[in-house]
Design a protein around this ligand. Sequence first.
Ligand code: DMJ
Length: 599
Amino acid sequence: MYAPKDLANADYISLNINDTAAFARGSPQSLWRQWYQLSRFQRNIIYFVVITVCLVVFYLVPSDSKGSVSNSTETSHPKQHDAPKWEKLIEELVVENADQGGGAGGGEVIEEPEFQPEVNQVDDDQIGPPQRKPIAMTFTGPSNQRQKAVVDAFLHSWKGYKRFAWGHDNLKPISASYQEWFGLGLTIVDALDTMYIMGLNSEFAEARAWVEESLTFGVSRDVNLFEVTIRVLGGLLSTYHLSGDKIFLDKAFDLGDRLMPAFSTKSGVPYSDVNLGTRTAHSPKWGPDSSTSEVTTIQLEFRDLSRVSGQSKFEEAAAKVSEHVHQLKKFDGLVPIFINANTGAFRELSTISFGARGDSYYEYLLKQWLQTGKTIDYLRDDYNTAIWGTQKHLVKYTAANKYMFLAELVGSNKDVKPKMDHLVCFLGGTLALGAHNGLQSDHMKLAEELVRTCYQTYAVQPTFLAPEISYFNIQKPLEGDANQLDMYVKANDAHNLLRPEFLETLFYMWYLTGNKTYQDWGWEIFQAFEKYTKVEHGYTSIGNVRSTQNTRPRDMMESFWLSETLKYLYLLFDDTRQLIDLKKWIFNSEGHPLPIYDS
Ligand code: DMJ
């Protein structure tokens, strides 16, 4: 790793070993004489060796005694991170001595370490050994026909991805090619824990090998902090916890460290874009603001990274964002969808929505509270206030059949826009999870109403697939119009991207209530995916859910199809409702389960 490339030509190691041996055997006078016969450079080398030995002893001994807890495996991670620290010191000394001796340039003889996160060189960041040692979980594969069908769908998707897009971000299953977004093999990393939970051992093994050999983060390329955090960091951490395999933690650690520059803003609210190679960050190209949901949907992952690595800086930086947003003025707990990273202020007149750019702010309030063993009260309080604000301002009903939906508030007057993104359908599951954990029981009632509406957004379409956005009729029907529709879809909103949100909610509803209707609804939707989105080399987004004859396939299989949609379907058809224990695990926004801590 740090060895000189060409030992024979490097001046600074040309010490004659025989001279050194004689030197060691002589009287004190002859020792001094021989010492002064040595060239200055040779004496420098001896100084260097002695200093190095002292430094190694000095640095290693205290570190061992510091980390001496009873379970030796728990200390293994901090030890691994200590190594680069003293190796770096040696490296500096070698370069220094080589320069003094006028020999080969340091740049020629020192090889770059493969993995040397800057964070490892910071002492005061250490919070101690990891708080949780993962024990590999065992999953035995599908246990009924519905689960088997979901696993078959996974394998069909995986086969196409492997053949035409291996190592790239997303499969384009119709053109049999791929799409690159961040160049991080998104589909592989996002799918790791799904494969693990489905018991797909050989597929998991090949994905693991790719992660070990090919997943690197050093390329100079901008990535989106939120997307990479929930998909890649979340996927790696989750797989580490499920499998106990440290390769995933090592990769997560490297990635987390490279994402940290995003937090280098005046307010602490992160920039949206980070360059993993150059470790620089900036606002999005389209404007000065970050999305509120994006900056508040990284905390589960960064906290977990701190807990498993023993390095506090990840959790501190991300928690600071939540604390900052906590003290901003809100509209009965509801937040505008844009926030400025430099000023730390909301863009006041931006829309309020539980859909795009707002959604997971609310999700992570509850989930952070649960992740930390219900110990951080302001998160629970902000969540409760937001749901209260939702009931007060956003909950609306269609005129005809009283379907409840969450509207958006737009403009300075906060006008009601009767529009709901499919993304909002995640909220049913979140509300049910909160109510199940002791929050108000009327949250469960709200969840049930939202589930009923979200189901309709699928059921009213001839494809039985929901559109990206639905609009709702809240005006009283004109006299004589007995057939007024509850919801309608605009042509530009009629696409379906294989999104998971409603299936995610059905999974929570099934796990928390045991009502089989939720399983049956999920099965209907799964069959619609089979019928209208399955193609020869995978599954594709479609452009039009309003026609069975003209679905307009879009040639894109998003990575969340494997990380979330199929995972939640698989768990929805888990008759035991125990494959993943919701008392011990919290799912991040991309469907990656992370452990719940005591505090
Ligand atoms: C996923 O990447 C995550 O669920 C995210 O929170 C929202 N969008 C997609 C799925 O629709």
